[in-house]
Design a protein around this ligand. Sequence first.
Ligand code: SF4
Ligand code: SF4
Length: 382
Amino acid sequence: MPENPHSAHRKCGAPDVPESVIVVSRPPRNASLDTKKKINRRTTREYSQRFRHAAQMIFMALNVYLGTQFYLWVRYLEHGGHGIQVSRPPGIEGWLPIVGLMNTAYFVATGRVPAIHPAAMFLFMAFVLISLLFKRAFCSWLCPIGTVSEWLWRAGTRLFGRTFRLAPWIDIPLRGTKYLVLGFFVFSVGALSAAGIRAFMHTPFGLVADVKLLDFFREAGLPVIETLAALVVLSMVVQNFWCRYLCPYGALMGIVSLLSPLKVRRDAQRCIDCGKCARACPSGLAVDRLPQVRSPECIACMRCVASCPVERGLQFAAAPRNAVDPALRWRGRVAGPATTAAAITIVFVGMVLVAQATGHWQTHVLQRIEVELVRHADAWTH
Ligand code: SF4
Ligand code: SF4
């Protein structure tokens, strides 16, 4: 939705009382604007990227741990349950978003927690809730694929000196691709009744959906390897290529994030139009022209906030109060990096604890059946 870059002027009331004021001349954006602007230089340190990178590393380490344990569990079962016994980590079901969507649909329709892959549902709900509260923070703070995407474009910047932005005529239709993929999955799941979802989950294919995903990569042929290589190269030259154009999970989180009360908000009274925020934005959003960033493409990475040289020029915040005093206007409204990190952790860990406390975290299957299912995983199709 197009946003009016000038509406913040009308909303914000009187100009702020600056901590340190320097009056400078600046070129007018148009002839009707003042040519004098007060700069409130940032005096407080900005930690958003440190918090976010720490969250990314912790979540990446968690996923490496889960992936390793899951792989060892699969190998243990493939050896007929001999060797070092390893249990299946339910957290691996975070990699089954379609199962999470199906189980959530089943839960909504029946009020019953599904017996197969319940962790997929709880993790799916946790990530949706995070998007509902903190825009697409899941994508830029937690998702391991988002983290790898960021590492790749950083590597590309070092290698080529820059990344590239696609022209609007190709960028806009390409961005629609992820919504089409999401629409396909939502339509497919929506066409199933609760009984149909339950029946699917109890098929051998449904039971070993996680093993099938592992096998997809273990047994990858040349076309899969070439596709992955192309994605790696594209991700090095176009920021967040996968997340921006192809990821249906990101598309869903983006749609949910439209309801988020928290947004990047620009104080037009303080903004000096330096454009640093727009240049820092990996989603290519015109942050320097918007009073608030509503776009579903905003991944709440706060790179724009970190790059802004002005104190409270940009904030990740709820809508300001209608007060003349700027301190009162933003009191209790801003979600700083520590608050955001703590709240994301509470939602994520809280959802896992609820699932564990209610006995809905593990999928309970007899080991002799698991052995048969995993050893013959190749044979199960849907
Ligand atoms: S607007 Fe800011 S928070 Fe949103 S994606 Fe761009 S840089 Fe990140
Ligand atoms: S970084 Fe963006 S919000 Fe901050 S002063 Fe520059 S243009 Fe304005």
